[in-house]
Design a protein around this ligand. Sequence first.
Ligand SMILES: [Zn+2]
Length: 65
Amino acid sequence: MKAGEEAEAARKEELRMIVEMIDASMALAVKKGKHPLTNGCGCIVCAERRKQLIRAPEPEWKYFL
Ligand SMILES: [Zn+2]
Protein backbone atom coordinates (compact mmCIF):
# COMPACT_ATOMS: atom_id res chain seq x y z
CA MET A 1 0.00 0.00 0.00
CA LYS A 2 1.34 3.43 -0.93
CA ALA A 3 1.73 6.17 1.69
CA GLY A 4 -1.05 8.24 0.12
CA GLU A 5 -3.41 5.27 0.16
CA GLU A 6 -2.60 4.59 3.80
CA ALA A 7 -3.43 8.18 4.76
CA GLU A 8 -6.67 7.89 2.80
CA ALA A 9 -7.55 4.62 4.57
CA ALA A 10 -6.77 6.18 7.96
CA ARG A 11 -9.00 9.14 7.14
CA LYS A 12 -11.84 6.84 6.10
CA GLU A 13 -11.43 4.78 9.28
CA GLU A 14 -11.55 7.97 11.35
CA LEU A 15 -14.73 9.11 9.56
CA ARG A 16 -16.31 5.67 10.08
CA MET A 17 -15.56 5.89 13.81
CA ILE A 18 -17.09 9.37 14.05
CA VAL A 19 -20.23 8.19 12.24
CA GLU A 20 -20.47 5.17 14.56
CA MET A 21 -20.08 7.44 17.59
CA ILE A 22 -22.89 9.70 16.36
CA ASP A 23 -25.07 6.66 15.62
CA ALA A 24 -24.42 5.30 19.12
CA SER A 25 -25.19 8.63 20.79
CA MET A 26 -28.42 8.91 18.78
CA ALA A 27 -29.43 5.38 19.74
CA LEU A 28 -28.69 6.25 23.38
CA ALA A 29 -30.87 9.38 23.15
CA VAL A 30 -33.75 7.31 21.74
CA LYS A 31 -33.29 4.65 24.43
CA LYS A 32 -33.18 7.17 27.29
CA GLY A 33 -36.02 9.27 25.93
CA LYS A 34 -36.62 12.82 27.15
CA HIS A 35 -34.26 13.67 29.99
CA PRO A 36 -32.51 16.76 31.35
CA LEU A 37 -28.92 17.53 30.53
CA THR A 38 -26.95 14.97 32.49
CA ASN A 39 -23.29 15.29 33.36
CA GLY A 40 -21.39 12.50 31.69
CA CYS A 41 -24.31 11.45 29.50
CA GLY A 42 -23.02 10.59 26.06
CA CYS A 43 -26.29 10.89 24.17
CA ILE A 44 -26.57 13.23 21.18
CA VAL A 45 -29.07 15.52 22.95
CA CYS A 46 -26.77 16.18 25.94
CA ALA A 47 -23.78 16.56 23.63
CA GLU A 48 -25.63 19.15 21.54
CA ARG A 49 -26.81 20.97 24.67
CA ARG A 50 -23.27 21.08 26.03
CA LYS A 51 -22.09 22.50 22.71
CA GLN A 52 -24.80 25.17 22.90
CA LEU A 53 -23.83 26.02 26.47
CA ILE A 54 -20.26 26.55 25.34
CA ARG A 55 -21.37 28.77 22.44
CA ALA A 56 -23.90 30.86 24.40
CA PRO A 57 -23.70 31.09 28.21
CA GLU A 58 -27.39 32.00 28.57
CA PRO A 59 -29.19 30.21 25.77
CA GLU A 60 -32.88 30.77 25.26
CA TRP A 61 -34.49 27.43 24.48
CA LYS A 62 -36.98 27.70 21.67
CA TYR A 63 -37.18 24.03 20.84
CA PHE A 64 -38.06 21.17 23.07
CA LEU A 65 -37.87 17.49 22.37
ZN1 LIG B 1 -28.35 12.58 27.55
